[in-house]
Design a protein around this ligand. Structure first.
Ligand SMILES: Nc1ncnc2c1ncn2[C@@H]1O[C@H](COP(=O)(O)OP(=O)(O)OP(=O)(O)O)[C@@H](O)[C@H]1O
Length: 458
């Protein structure tokens, strides 16, 4: 879990320092300001779980902060500190919405107890609120999706986040591997240090060593100045090595040394440099096959694969497809006067096409449709041709397997989309031996949707 955030507003430097130190030593992430004016903009963007504020401050007093903080979405808890003798004011603060108050001089142990109590209460309140509104998680660190496979992935992200060991993320191109890597970083204790993503396939192999591990001045022609390299620049944070399968063998050995010893040797030097960075590797390739072929080191593979996460393809994500499509449409037309909707035929196409390029391809398909539609309805014809034509392929496949009649193919009887869908659903059911779970998976819909289609047909 990422550390919980606490914001302290206190103008007495001695007390502020003490509070920050005590809270940090309890494992919280703490920021501090001396006035309400400075604090407010930071609180709004940093979104702490708790604000501790002195009541009496230069400029606006702590009371002024209460309505602002409490109007925030997912509002932080508020703890006020008052001087002895201003208890009446503190009671007024509670009426305004503050959660608790303490009087000076502060008893640190009691303060920490109060902080723990307020944070626990806030966590419980938000769980209860989400149960009441029956809200299911649809986005997680910028990832949209509430399918079962995605919810399992969110859980796995939380399980690996704090381990601080390397993680290997597998998944087809465009499934969101970089988003998963960012989520791991944001959930980890390194969340306040930088997250850097680098595509190994995008760096010429002759430059890769110095790009990653740095170099001394004059190490090679053109290296006038020394450079610390990507690994060192990501110090304290997380480095995503995308397309790890493309890393040359010699560099794989150097990377293994970083993972095992926490050291590296910049090009043109003979000294080892310590480096503290969490490595996340990602690939859409079959690394095991690369190991067998001899283009990927076996020892590096085993070091990386201990914590492996697999990002599901769009085909495995059931109704996330519609959720993603609708949300991309809303995002792409946010500034337009008209908000187009998908025609049922267009939505069916999106469900039938297998999207080998996954979420990225879906996004591009919708972007194209928004450009070509009349602003009101996105029709099938506005989608890229390959997405539209998938249905034609399905009819041909269904027809061929139904009667094996090649002549029929040369003079096809034109069918309605509904008939095409029914034919294809029947075809997939036949191919899967009537296994509805498997058929729904291939069709990219939930079993519920499949049962609905079958019921409509009956
Ligand atoms: N669950 C999701 N919700 C919203 N957007 C997503 C989701 N998954 C992926 N995307 C978007 O799809 C695009 C591709 O994602 P990303 O680059 O993370 O994929 P990738 O698996 O790393 O691809 P590649 O293997 O080609 O590098 C990005 O624009 C990303 O924002």
């Amino acid at each position: 879990m990422a550390r919980e955030r606490i914001y302290v507003v206190e103008d007495d430097p001695g007390l502020a320092e003490l509070l920050v130190e005590e809270l940090e030593s309890e494992g919280f992430s703490v920021r501090h300001a001396e006035s309400v004016e400075t604090a407010w903009s930071e609180i709004e963007s940093w979104q702490p779980a708790l604000v501790i504020s002195d009541l009496r401050l230069p400029g606006a007093d702590g009371m002024a902060l209460i309505p602002q903080v409490k109007a925030m979405p997912d509002a932080p808890a508020m703890l006020l500190i008052t001087a002895f003798g201003t208890v009446n004011q503190a009671v007024a603060a509670l009426k305004q919405g503050a959660d608790d108050f303490l009087t000076k001089p502060l008893d640190m142990e009691y303060l920490l107890h109060t902080v723990a109590k307020l944070l626990q209460h806030r966590r419980l309140t938000s769980v209860v609120a989400s149960i009441r509104t029956n809200k299911t998680v649809e986005t997680y660190h910028g990832m949209l999706g509430k399918s079962r496979v995605m919810r399992v992935l969110y859980q796995q992200i939380e399980q690996v986040a704090d381990a601080d060991t390397p993680v290997l993320i597998l998944g087809e191109s465009g499934t969101g591997k970089e988003l998963v890597a960012r989520a791991i970083h944001n959930e980890s204790k390194r969340c306040e240090a930088p997250f850097t993503a680098v595509n190994c396939a995008g760096i010429p192999s002759e430059l890769m060593e110095s790009e990653f591990f740095g170099h001394a001045a004059g190490a090679f022609t053109g290296a006038q100045k020394a450079r610390s390299g990507l690994l060192k620049e990501a110090e304290g944070g997380t480095l995503l090595l995308d397309e790890i399968g493309e890393m040359p063998l010699e560099l794989q050995a150097k990377l293994l040394r970083v993972l095992q010893e926490g050291t590296m040797r910049p090009v043109g030097t003979d000294r080892e440099v310590a480096v503290d960075v969490r490595i996340i590797a990602a690939t859409h390739r079959d690394l095991e096959l690369r190991v067998k072929e001899g283009s990927f080191r076996e020892d590096l593979f085993y070091r990386l694969e201990t914590l492996t996460l697999s990002v599901p393809s769009l085909r495995e994500r059931g109704d996330d497809r519609e959720l993603l499509a609708q949300s991309f449409l809303a995002e792409l037309t946010a500034d337009s006067e008209q908000q187009p909707v998908f025609s049922p035929e267009a939505m069916d196409c999106l469900y039938q096409y297998p999207f080998p390029g996954n979420v990225r391809e879906l996004h591009n398909a919708i972007e194209r449709a928004v450009t070509f539609c009349n602003g009101e309805v996105i029709e099938r014809s506005h989608l890229p041709e390959r997405v539209q034509n998938n249905l034609a392929a399905a009819v041909a496949a269904a027809d061929r397997s139904e009667d094996g009649n090649a002549e029929h193919e040369s003079s096809p009887e034109l069918k309605s989309l509904n008939e095409v869908q029914q034919d294809y659903v029947r075809y997939v059911l036949r191919e899967t031996g009537g296994n509805k779970r498997k058929a729904a998976e291939i069709l990219g819909v939930t079993r519920r949707t499949l049962y609905r289609w079958l019921a409509e047909e009956a």
